[in-house]
Write a protein that binds this ligand. Structure first.
Ligand SMILES: Cc1ncc(COP(=O)(O)O)c(C=O)c1O
Length: 401
């Protein structure tokens, strides 16, 4: 048995099988590269589903974490700590909003958004108790908790996990007529991914997000943008909503906010909306802890420079130009995306997404398939053009005609 086989067998023996990882065992990582336990190097074209926008072992982020580790790591929100105020102020500023509620994982932040919208609906909008509705889109991915999967349309994510939480209305993504019809006087929020990541990097038709903004404003409904995967530089802007000049009422953030170092998520909105919470109504032991705040503050400072957004826009243009040449020419049927983010649909006749991912792994490139035959490409934003081109050459070798 090789070291890889041994470690995989041991993991399978002692862990729940809720994932089906590629057969690679990573030992170290740096920038856009990972090295396995046998010394083989791989280009990371997944970047932890965008949690690693700033690359593995980013010096600024690791230094910020190390410095904070020597000071204080956790207080719980029972006490104040000296990084909290700055974190909230800087994040609110980055979002052009007023108030921050920090959590840890993405799903927790989505849960927080749902609770916020419901309470706002009852206390501010005046929806009758227990009648609040949130409109969501088909093919969404907002996490894995029981409430969040209650409004998933993915059978695999839901089966055997009921009973489900009521209060959600599902409409087709990208369809403004269906959205308009779904909004009633009891609707408190529309919750959308501005680009659907897990669905295969689906970009809505032009004007869709702006239309939802207009509708929600008109009808007194909160527009909640789940930018957990699309936000913080990935698409070439700080937020994917910016591509349509849209400012939602609430951002839900996660993944890259923790710099690939610690889990950090947050809901960011106005003081009127997040002001609905009173002590004891919501919280998290780890949410907004000093280590999380220290790392996230560095992430926010990096984003304020605009450097990463510019990189994602420039390299993204190159990525989509190159992928465009593959589309229709070889085994690729369609390519979508924005910035350094692409969904590549492979003709199923040439194998499943999993099989394509394994072929790429054998060539030293790590990607993740989604929905059968789609490959998702989302390298760290710090990837060099040379490395990206090398990765694209491997893609061409596997998927070219
Ligand atoms: C848009 C979106 N929302 C929420 C989540 C859930 O985040 P987490 O896995 O941190 O709970 C994800 C994760 O992929 C996501 O892409």
């Amino acid at each position: 048995m090789t070291a890889t086989e041994d470690l995989i067998a041991s993991a399978e023996a002692h862990s729940a099988h809720n994932y089906h990882p590629l057969p690679v065992v990573v030992a170290t990582a740096d920038g856009a590269w990972m090295t396995d336990v046998e010394g083989r190097r791989y280009l990371d074209l997944l970047a932890g589903y965008s949690a690693l926008n700033f690359g593995h072992g980013n010096t600024r982020l690791i230094e910020a974490a190390k410095a904070q580790l020597d000071r204080v790591t956790l207080t719980s929100r029972a006490f104040h700590h000296d990084r909290f105020a700055e974190f909230c102020a800087r994040l609110a500023e980055l979002c052009g909003m007023e108030t921050v509620l920090p959590m840890n994982t993405g799903a927790e932040a989505v849960e927080t958004a749902v609770k916020t919208a419901r309470k706002w609906g009852y206390r501010v909008k005046g929806v009758p108790d227990g009648r609040a509705k949130i409109v969501v889109a088909g093919n969404n991915f907002h996490g894995r908790t029981t409430t969040v999967i209650s409004f998933s349309t993915d059978a695999e994510a839901r089966a055997d996990f009921g009973p489900y939480t009521p209060g959600f209305e599902i409409v087709p993504y990208g369809d403004p007529t269906a959205m308009r019809a779904a909004v009633t006087e009891n609707t408190v929020a529309v919750l959308l991914e501005p680009i659907q990541g897990e669905a295969g990097v689906l970009v809505p038709p032009p004007g869709y997000l702006a239309g939802v903004r207009e509708l929600t404003r008109e009808r007194g409904v909160l527009f909640i943008a789940d930018e957990i995967q699309s936000g913080l530089g990935r698409t070439g802007r700080t937020f994917a909503c910016e591509h349509e000049g849209v400012v939602p009422d609430m951002y839900v953030l996660g993944k890259a906010l923790g710099g690939g170092v610690v889990p950090v998520s947050a809901v960011v909105s106005s003081s009127e909306v997040l002001g609905v919470f009173k002590p004891g109504e919501h919280g998290s032991t780890f949410g907004g802890n000093p280590l999380a705040c220290a790392v996230a503050l560095e992430v926010i400072a990096m984003l304020r420079s605009g450097e990463y957004q510019r990189r994602a826009a420039e390299l993204g243009e190159h990525l989509h130009r190159e992928l465009g040449l593959l589309a229709g020419a070889g085994r690729v049927t369609q390519v979508r995306g924005r910035g350094l983010w692409a969904g590549v649909d492979v003709d199923p006749a040439y194998g499943t997404g999993r099989e394509i991912s394994e072929k790429l792994m054998d060539r030293g490139v790590l990607v993740k398939d989604t929905h059968g035959s789609t490959i998702r490409i989302a390298p760290p934003l710090v990837i060099s053009k040379e490395d990206l081109d090398w990765g694209l050459a491997q893609l061409r070798a596997v998927l070219g005609g």
